[in-house]
Write a new protein. Structure first.
Length: 175
């Protein structure tokens, strides 16, 4: 089990790192597009109409990819005091339930996000000329990542290893 967890940890750490890199790049690009929209409106007196839908699409990507990485790194709000105050057998059950629910939530995002993307794929976003299905692809992608990251944590709980096998993402050297 330790070998499996070590390999899975390397995979999920790399996946989380790439998703944060993409999310950060999307945030920078979004900022540039918002600046361009404001510059066009007030300086050039010619508002670029394509920037708003592009910004909304980028926002979906970086928010959902960042949220998935937050699930892996446990950066979200939790009830840690109640967990720490619980006796060990109850703590184990609570962690188990939490991870099972998170895997289910991620899988639901994957399934329903995919269905939405497929169902809207033939519609074209007028201002940027791409499929409206791209609006829902980040839901499916982040759902798959949340399910994978939570499955990794579920295996850790089952093996009684609550900490990552390798180093957490926050301590990995930058590229």
């Amino acid at each position: 089990m330790h070998v499996l967890l070590t390999r899975l940890d390397r995979l999920t750490a790399a996946l989380s790192r790439v998703s944060l890199l993409i999310a950060g790049t999307g945030l920078v690009v979004m900022t540039v597009l918002v600046f361009w929209s404001i510059f066009g409106r007030y300086v050039l007196n010619n508002t670029p109409t394509w920037t708003e839908p592009a910004v909304l699409l980028l926002m979906s990507w970086f928010i959902l990819l960042g949220a998935a990485s937050g699930v892996r790194e446990r950066g979200h709000i939790g009830f840690q005091i109640g967990l720490a105050a619980s006796p060990p057998p109850l703590r184990f059950v609570l962690k188990l339930i939490t991870e099972i629910l998170l895997v289910g939530f991620g899988l639901a995002m994957l399934v329903y996000g995919s269905q939405l993307a497929i169902g809207t794929w033939s519609a074209i976003t007028p201002m940027i000329g791409i499929s409206q299905g791209w609006d829902y692809v980040p839901v499916a992608v982040s759902g798959a990542m949340i399910a994978l990251f939570s499955f990794e944590r579920l295996l850790m709980v089952l093996s009684r290893t609550d900490e990552p096998v390798a180093t957490p993402l926050s301590s990995i050297e930058p590229i």
